[in-house]
Design a protein around this ligand. Structure first.
Ligand SMILES: C[S@@+](CC[C@H](N)C(=O)[O-])C[C@H]1O[C@@H](n2cnc3c(N)ncnc32)[C@H](O)[C@@H]1O
Length: 407
């Protein structure tokens, strides 16, 4: 067998420099082609495999990238940059357990590698190894006490583990580091049982923009969420099997689960949500004619639409005080409109922010507000909203139509 003809050292150098320059300019495919030319001559070069791995990763070709990183590991298994990038790539390939092992090795070699520790904690968190994740974040925060993301992640983990006082202290620390941090502000209010009218828009956006990708799987498959189907069933029973609706307005539409449940009885669907990532997922399902990234109250103030069916599935838990919504929906709906929504129920005279960060409502309070804003509660139904740990969250579905007297 004969290999490729020898290449002059200055030509090798030229190709390498050209590849590096293309890489810097973000011309990833071209840079990859140049490095690959050299690979024919130096098949075992860790530097070439590493760079090609980086370029494939930048092009989101994660499995191919992984192959090259693994080849680079043959020769440079103790290179911290290689280990870090290998870990990232393994995560992208869904091999979180392997990624954790790689970050373990990285942080064994370089115990003060803050990025490595943060990624290691992220893997443990994803693997539901919360104690280990918290322990790694603790190590990180000794090295870098002002690390905001690590502080936020630790607060979240402590909250998840039911260590509410420690979680609150951690969110307070996050507020010290970043006074405008809306999630920290919201969670401190929730954990201290403070009275809040609604969740801040920024908090809702942060939660749901980060949740959009796994939302359908985790909520429907994982947690048994069936509120959209429950609302659809109730509307069918109340309105009769033959009634169709001209225009459904789905407030807090999320990933469009309500649209999927109601598409058969609605000629036009409009969805509104604060979280753009949720709207992007909904758009891909092609169920709604109109989708808007907006808050519920601002949207209702501005819309010229007249809707005959309005839904809020699992949204009042973030809305808090329902009165502004009830009044605004009343103004933007036809006389024969139906409004339906779910609440999480709680023993409280009105509504309250719970330590989970979600609002819960008293059913009778909803009834009183409905009457005060021109609505009649036609039907209400006790339901299990979704699983939380070993328990089900108790809730209620409400179905309202307009008082004949109007408002
Ligand atoms: C738990 S999800 C429910 C999504 C969807 N309705 C469903 O049943 O799958 C709550 C949604 O309400 C949205 N949301 C919460 N408060 C909002 C507000 N004030 N304005 C617009 N959207 C809001 C969130 O962004 C999120 O997508």
């Amino acid at each position: 067998m004969t290999g490729p003809p020898p290449m002059a050292a200055d030509l090798v150098d030229g190709i390498y420099r050209n590849a590096a320059s293309l890489q810097q300019q973000g011309r990833y495919a071209e840079a990859e082609a140049q490095y690959s030319r050299l690979l024919d001559y130096f098949p075992g070069s860790a530097a070439l495999h590493y760079n090609i791995g980086l370029l494939l990763y930048a092009q989101e070709k994660f499995e191919a990238s992984l192959e090259h990183y693994l080849r680079a590991m043959d020769d440079a298994g103790d290179d911290p940059d290689l280990l870090y990038n290998l870990g990232l790539c393994l995560q992208k390939c869904g091999r979180t357990g392997n990624a954790a092992l790689v970050y373990e090795e990285l942080t064994r070699l370089v115990p003060d590698d803050v990025d490595g520790l943060y990624s290691l904690a992220g893997c443990h968190r994803e693997l539901h190894e919360y104690d280990r994740a918290a322990e790694v974040l603790g190590r990180l925060l000794v090295l870098e006490p002002d690390h905001q993301a690590a502080t936020g992640s630790l607060a979240y983990l402590l909250h998840l583990q039911g260590k509410l006082d420690e979680a609150c202290a951690c969110y307070l620390r996050l507020l010290e580091l970043h006074p405008g941090h809306q999630t920290a502000r919201h969670m401190v209010a929730a954990l201290r049982g403070e009275r809040l009218g609604t969740a801040a828009d920024e908090y809702v956006r942060t939660v749901f923009n980060g949740y959009a990708d796994g939302f359908d799987d985790s909520l429907v498959q994982g947690l048994g969420y069936r509120v959209p189907e429950g609302l659809r069933r109730g509307v069918g029973l109340l309105a009769g099997a033959d009634r169709t609706f001209a225009h459904l307005l789905d407030l807090g539409c999320g990933t469009g689960l309500v649209g999927a449940a109601f598409a058969d009885i609605c000629r036009c669907l409009t969805g509104v949500d604060l979280a753009e990532a949720m709207i992007i997922r909904t758009r891909s399902k092609q169920l709604y004619q109109h989708l808007l990234v907006d808050g519920i109250i601002p949207f209702l103030g501005a819309t010229d639409g007249r809707y005959d069916l309005v839904t809020l599935a699992d949204v009042l838990i973030y809305l808090g005080d329902p009165e502004p919504m009830l009044a605004a929906v009343h103004r933007k709906t036809t006389d024969d409109a139906l409004l339906c929504f779910s609440i999480e129920t709680a023993e409280t005279p009105t509504y309250r922010l719970q330590s989970t960060g979600r609002f819960a409502h008293c059913p009778d309070f909803i009834g009183r507000l409905a009457a005060g804003t021109g609505w009649t509660v036609r039907h209400r139904e006790v339901v299990q909203l979704r699983r939380e740990g070993d328990d089900w969250i108790g809730g209620m579905l409400f179905f309202l139509d307009k008082d004949s007297g109007g408002h």
